[in-house]
Design a protein around this ligand. Structure first.
Ligand code: GAL
Length: 356
């Protein structure tokens, strides 16, 4: 299916939203009903949610309640994406007024073929808007649509937009967090910051940029660096624990910094650090990304040097807002970027309060 190919031709760090209106979406195919997730447990919002839903209703000249939103997440078993999808579901149903049964969220289970089937089913069943967080983000050369791709969307009247964060920013913040420590990351004073890098899925642009820009922030500040090890931990706590454990055995005190592309892996690395009898912020530094509650608490407790808030609230809400814009027939920019926030001991409590 052409449309499907095009949808998949856009690499994503976070999510792409696209509208099915006017896309010839009714082509033949299997009609197996997608398995719906149960509605997320959510806190009841105040009346502002009703006000928003009313405003949306007015604006679309009717109700969005009958519009169907198909969502596919690359994998449910991922801490950050769980925060994202929970907020997305809450926002669509509670604040924007979509019916719970019309918001269907599928688990891509880390399998692109499986996810492609799910998307195909959404199209067959004439969903109005799709929000896609692709399994194989590398299926395109760039995570953002390039000019040519944007032109194709325009020519073929495909209403598509990208919502995400610029991963370079998160990497830069990680490097700055190390540079802002009392010894600029050079704990042993030999003039070189020796580190290990625990990567997410290396074909994912978030992993690539965080790996590159964290170190670049240090070298741009004039630091000498030495990479002792770089290994993929696939965003996974247990894998990262094993990598850190092996690295601590092999390199011991030489390791001054452990860079992790996300917080789940930083939590794993911390387990290995503690088991090896090392102390964060004293004889080793540790940074992650996402601002998982546990990691932010660790920053407050001095067990993680810093993290970076990957704002799942704003990303989910922006994706939801774009879905409504498409339904309203409004024009939508092709790219919507949300800022990261650096999290250190100075603002960790403030960020933690936001997360609750
Ligand atoms: C990143 C996030 C990771 C993981 C990944 C999945 O933005 O920091 O924790 O969820 O997306 O692609």
């Amino acid at each position: 299916m052409r449309l499907l190919k095009k949808a998949l031709a856009v690499g994503l760090a976070s999510a792409m939203v696209f509208s099915m209106a006017g896309c010839g979406a009714g082509s033949k195919g299997t009609t197996a009903a997608p398995e719906a997730t149960t509605a997320a447990e959510t806190k009841k919002e105040d009346t502002s949610a009703e006000t928003t839903a009313e405003a949306v209703k007015d604006a679309v000249g009717g109700d969005v309640a009958d519009k169907k939103v198909g969502i596919s997440i690359y994998k449910f078993d991922d801490n950050f994406m769980t925060l994202y999808r929970t907020e997305l579901q809450r926002y669509l149903t509670e604040d924007l007024g979509f019916k719970k049964e019309n918001v269907v969220i599928q688990d891509g289970k880390g399998d692109q073929a499986e996810q492609t089937n799910q998307i195909q089913n959404f199209i067959t069943q004439k969903y109005d808007v799709l929000i896609l967080n692709l399994v194989q983000a590398s299926s395109a050369p760039d995570r953002e649509p390039d000019t040519q791709e944007e032109q194709r969307w325009k020519d073929d009247k495909i209403n598509a937009t990208y919502v995400g964060c610029d991963a370079r920013q998160s990497g830069t913040y990680q490097g700055e967090e190390i540079f802002e420590t009392s010894n600029k990351g050079d704990i042993n004073g030999d003039g070189v910051v020796s580190y290990i890098m625990i990567q997410g899925d290396p074909e994912n642009v978030d992993a690539q940029y965080r790996t590159e820009f964290s170190v670049k922030a240090l070298t741009d500040s004039g630091m000498q660096v030495k990479e002792l090890l770089k290994q993929r931990g696939d965003w996974d706590q247990a894998k990262a624990q094993q990598i850190a454990q092996d690295a601590l055995t092999q390199y011991g005190d030489q390791i001054e910094v452990i860079f992790c592309n996300n917080d789940a892996m930083a939590l794993g690395a911390l387990q290995a650090i503690e088991a090896a009898g090392r102390t964060v912020n004293k004889d080793i530094y540790l940074v992650g990304v996402d601002a998982l509650t546990e990691a932010v608490q660790n920053v407050i407790d001095g067990k993680q040097t810093g993290t970076v808030f990957n704002d799942h609230f704003s990303q989910a809400r922006t994706a939801g807002d774009m879905a409504v814009k498409f339904i309203k027939g409004e024009s939508v920019d092709n790219v919507n970027m949300v800022d990261y926030i650096k999290v250190t001991k100075d603002n960790a409590q403030e960020i933690l309060d936001k997360l609750k």
